[in-house]
Design a protein around this ligand. Structure first.
Ligand code: GLY
Length: 423
């Protein structure tokens, strides 16, 4: 089977690495890729938002399966175009991808499916902003304002703050640039990312993971696309994991089928485990980054066959997933100034070691690997438990040099030390 992966991040590098372990995968192609993925796959340049270009490339490389990594092509309908061309694709069509593309749509689906989520309100008129902030902030009993961009924002459109002026400034800025704002009540409790492979109503959950969205240790500083993750979650009881599948993911999958837009691909449920049980923070329509790097490091089942089964409507017949024992931790190495405008073009030393996945990297004409984006590398450590996996990830990170770069030192620490519990 020849598999074409669309995207250029560490998530796509992790997908390629896991696909390369599948004995039925005979060829790997990536577009556009990065300096790290070039070592694993044939690499082509493509505009990932152009359905014509992606379909053309899939035909040219004779792909048996196309896996779309990022949300933007999915929301734009690139998976629909591939399917219409008779090409097996892992990734939802435009209608189902609205679960990520429009937070208002996601809320509507959850309401219809009876799934718990934060109370919310869309504000699209600046004149209504102040009254809405009063309804959602700490005076109403919540510990913080949650202000989101009601469109794709790569995780960076969210501000969670107890400072009303900061909440107002973020919301007003979004409205000024023409983006509707979603105000939400704050969901208290540890967060879980649960990825599920879906083929309509059939749901196959992967290992649960947790990511770290803030830039600094102890969850300090602004939100990012994700600074690290670990899997599985030693503090998440099996019954709560099952409850997420049966009371959140399966009802949403069934509701999308009922609406005539079945979800075929990876449904990412982001949840908070509150004192009243799991509640949805957000859905994404694709593998999460950086959780994928940790989750796939533990997958033993053949990924190409799994995604092909989902893409061709045969997921219900797929074997029960097999996982390696132990844990995986991924830590993101970010460029200077990220999540602001990152410094790029610096030479990276040590990026070819085992366990290093590339995101914002490029190969210069002289052969040097240089930084080309905000999140530059994802380093993955595995081990018999979280403490060992953490130690391994930070050991690898210690051998990498990138001027001005930064990373969090506390990825998975609280879980490894038994400090996370449910109320
Ligand atoms: N881990 C956050 C995301 O993928 O959106």
């Amino acid at each position: 089977m020849r598999v074409l992966v669309i995207g250029s991040g560490a998530r796509e590098h992790a997908l390629l690495l896991a696909l390369s372990r599948d004995p039925q995968v005979t060829g790997l192609i990536v577009a556009p890729g990065n300096a790290g993925t070039a070592r694993l796959a044939e690499q082509y340049d493509v505009d990932v938002t152009s359905a014509d270009q992606v379909v053309g490339l899939a035909r040219k490389v004779e792909a048996d399966l196309v896996v779309i990594g990022p949300e933007v092509p999915l929301v734009l309908g690139v998976a629909d175009a591939l399917r219409a061309a008779g090409i097996v694709c892992f990734g939802p069509g435009k209608d189902a991808a609205r679960i990520e593309g429009s937070k208002a749509f996601a809320k509507e689906v959850m309401a219809a499916a009876g799934v718990r989520t934060a109370a919310s309100e869309i504000v699209d008129n600046p004149a209504h902003l102040d009254a809405a902030l009063e309804r959602f902030g700490p005076p109403a009993g919540d510990p913080a304002w949650v202000v989101k961009d009601d469109s794709l924002a790569a995780g960076k459109g969210v501000v969670v703050t107890a400072d009303r002026d900061a909440a107002r400034a973020h919301a007003a800025g979004l409205l000024e640039s023409g983006h509707p704002v979603l105000l939400e009540s704050f969901l208290d409790g540890p967060e879980v990312s649960l990825f599920c492979v879906l083929d309509g109503a059939t749901v196959v959950p992967l290992l649960p993971a947790q990511d770290f969205k803030r830039v600094g240790d102890g969850d300090a500083g602004p939100n990012t696309g994700g600074m690290g993750a670990y899997a599985p979650l030693p503090w998440l009881p099996e019954n709560v994991y099952r409850e997420i599948v049966s009371r959140v993911v399966e009802p949403v999958a069934a509701e999308l089928v009922r609406r005539g837009s079945p979800f075929n691909g990876l449904l990412y449920a982001g949840l908070a485990i509150t004192s009243n049980g799991p509640a949805v923070v957000e859905f994404n329509c694709r593998f999460g980054d950086p959780e994928t790097q940790a989750v796939l490091a533990l997958l033993e089942s053949p990924l190409g066959q799994l995604l092909h089964a989902a893409g061709s409507g045969k997921l219900a017949d797929f074997e029960q997933l097999r996982w390696r024992d132990g844990a995986a931790v991924t830590v993101v190495l970010a460029a200077e100034n990220y999540p602001g405008r990152p410094r790029v073009g610096d030479v990276i030393v040590g990026s070819e070691a085992d366990g290093v996945l590339h995101a914002g990297t490029a190969r210069r004409d002289d052969g040097a690997i240089v930084s080309s984006g905000g999140r530059v590398l994802s380093v993955v450590g595995t081990g018999a438990d979280l403490a060992e996996a953490r130690a391994r990830a930070y050991e690898i990170l210690g051998s990498i040099r990138l001027p001005g770069s930064h990373f969090r030192t506390d990825i998975g620490r609280r879980a490894a030390e038994g400090e996370i519990s449910l109320r």
